[in-house]
Design a protein around this ligand. Structure first.
Ligand SMILES: [Zn+2]
Length: 572
């Protein structure tokens, strides 16, 4: 379809400099719409349009965002003069557009272009709510689509700041079609293995939510932003009920699994810069890394041979108790000790965010990895919050989502297992606990990226296996891995859970037993008193071994990795 007749170029040119001019005189007072407080305009501007009194977020103009986000002088705008037509010949629409252009000093509701953020090149699109509530007409859809297409061609990531009332009613069905057009372009961009981050700001609703806002590999949101498909007023009128406080806010979406992370406005540049850095293309990174590596090699010689492990002489039941010891380091301790710059991402994008498992991206010795760790918490309060590391279906689905994300970007996956078993309960069954575990086991076998699992505490049944269909599985000396807990085993076989100790003796669940049986590849020794204070003794050798794992498996292609995993389990 030739679109030239639809999209015109306007002769109105608004320069960025004009945009930067303050809209109100310096020192003037304004009122906060959230807390009603009287504020100095200058203070509001200085605090990046966050109310100094109530921390409420004001909306930010597109150019103002770009100015604060892009490295100085790096932003080059695209399709600045592109405007749409009046497809339905809607009366008064053209006049309204003209008046809006004059008032807002922008041509349409989105500004697109290319820039650098903390040195990383990216395509950037920012919606501006001053333009007909940043509703999505054909010009908005076209500008975003062109930006995404060009990003695909130039192999660049895309960042889109959303803010929209939804479809543009005056353009009718043409507006609706923009949802399909933008999404299709993003699908091609994704299929090319490129990163797309959406940043949801207040308000993101309707057709924008139901298309590109929710399609990010990573979805960030500003605090307190209204995000939803139907607007709250429409819902209230339809169901004739008052909506609960906080409904459809960013925090609500995070809890329900639809947002990866909420980011404060003044941290956005840093976070986006870090995320871009973590996704720098392999070939570019390799050349950077090679330079770094030769510098490191010149300084240090890493000892190649492994120390002979000296295992503790203790009984099987004592090992079971140690695997559950309250002072034993938990998943988050390892994440902190082994990796750098960890960014946690939340949610399964279906139902919720399960805190029994944490996952995200981090650096391991200069290369990005995806880390997924079952988390028990460190005290009673945390234990309850994290369900003692017993994952619900949404926990396994979050883990799988992050593994698929890792696969797309060729990042190795490192899983840390510590769970008594999958969460057992009514709701877990309703949401398909069995299906969730099955899906993980099924999909993990085919992941096109190296997968490593370390069992750091309890490896309880399918709840552990759902994170352990890996190229290698390692254990700690006093961790356990079994079909069921010794208590469960005793109660099923002998109808007496008090015989757990005897059960443990026959279950062959210790690390050494499992190594002998070829179920795990390696066992790490533990210090006599194992706690967070002595964790470094274990992670020291673990770090060296992970380094070698990444070297070995990182050099294998997708098919070799899949075959290796297939054969590993085929032989069991
Ligand atoms: Zn306020």
């Amino acid at each position: 379809m030739n679109l030239d007749h639809v999209f015109k170029k306007t002769n109105k040119r608004f320069s960025q400099d004009e945009e930067k001019k303050p809209q109100v005189p310096e020192g003037l007072l304004c009122k906060c719409s959230k807390c009603g407080g009287t504020l100095l305009v200058e203070d509001v501007r200085r605090s990046y349009y966050v109310c100094p009194k109530c921390k409420g977020y004001f909306r930010v103009k597109a150019y103002e965002r770009i100015r604060r986000l892009a490295d100085e002088g790096s932003f080059a705008e695209w399709d600045k003069e592109l405007i749409g037509g009046n497809p339905m010949e809607f009366e008064g629409y053209e006049e309204k557009l003209a008046a809006t252009r004059l008032k807002s000093r922008i041509n349409e509701a989105v500004v697109t272009g290319k820039c650098r953020i903390n040195g990383c090149e990216t395509v950037l699109g920012v919606m501006d709510g001053r333009f007909l509530m940043a509703s999505m007409g054909a010009a908005v859809g076209e500008k975003i689509t062109r930006a995404v297409e060009r990003a695909t061609k130039e192999k660049l990531p895309v960042i889109l700041f959303t803010c929209s009332g939804g479809a543009r009613m005056q353009e009718g069905i043409t507006s609706l079609m923009q949802m399909a057009k933008t999404s299709a372009a993003l699908k091609r961009h994704s299929d090319a293995g490129l990163l797309y981050v959406s940043v949801l700001t207040d308000p993101t609703t309707g057709g924008v939510t139901a298309s590109f806002a929710m399609e990010g590999d990573i979805i960030l949101a500003e605090p307190g932003a209204l995000i939803g498909f139907a607007g709250p007023r429409v819902i209230e009128q339809t169901i004739r009920q008052k909506l609960p406080k906080g409904f459809q806010k960013s925090e609500f979406l995070l809890e329900h699994g639809f947002v990866d992370r909420i980011v404060e406005r003044d941290e956005l540049k840093q976070v986006l810069g870090d995320i871009l850095r973590l996704h720098v293309r392999e070939d570019v990174r390799q050349s950077e890394l090679a330079a770094l590596q030769s510098a490191i090699e010149a300084q240090t010689q890493i000892p190649r041979e492994e120390k002979r492990q000296r295992y503790q002489k203790i009984g099987v039941w004592d090992r079971v108790l140690r695997s559950r010891d309250k002072d034993r380091p938990v998943g988050s301790d390892y994440v902190e000790e082994l990796f750098e710059g960890f960014y946690e991402f939340h949610g399964d994008r279906y139902f919720g965010d399960d805190l029994a498992v944490m996952g995200g991206i981090a650096w391991f010795e200069g290369r990005p990895v995806t880390v997924i760790a079952q988390e028990k918490g460190k005290n009673t309060k945390e234990n309850i919050l994290h369900h003692f590391g017993m994952c619900a279906p949404e926990g396994y689905r979050k883990a799988l989502r992050l593994m698929k994300q890792a696969e797309k970007f060729g990042r190795p996956v490192i899983c840390l297992v510590d769970t008594p078993g999958a969460f057992c309960g009514l709701e877990a069954e309703e949401r398909g606990q069995g299906e969730a575990i099955a899906r993980n086991i099924y999909e993990m076998s085919g992941l096109k990226t190296p997968v490593l699992t370390v069992i750091i505490g309890e490896g309880g049944s399918g709840g552990a296996l759902a994170l352990a269909v890996s190229n290698e599985v390692w254990m700690l000396e006093n961790s356990i891995y079994s079909i069921l807990s010794p208590e469960g085993f005793a109660s099923i076989l002998w109808k007496d859970s008090k015989k757990a100790k005897q059960a443990a003796e026959v279950m062959k669940l210790t690390a050494r037993d499992l190594k002998k049986a070829g179920i795990v590849e390696h066992v790490f020794g533990e210090p006599r008193k194992f706690s967070k204070e002595t964790l470094a003794e274990v992670t020291e050798s673990m770090r060296a071994k992970i380094g070698r794992f990444l070297e070995t498996y990182g050099s294998m292609d997708a098919e070799a990795l899949q075959n290796h995993r297939y054969e590993r389990f085929r032989n069991m």
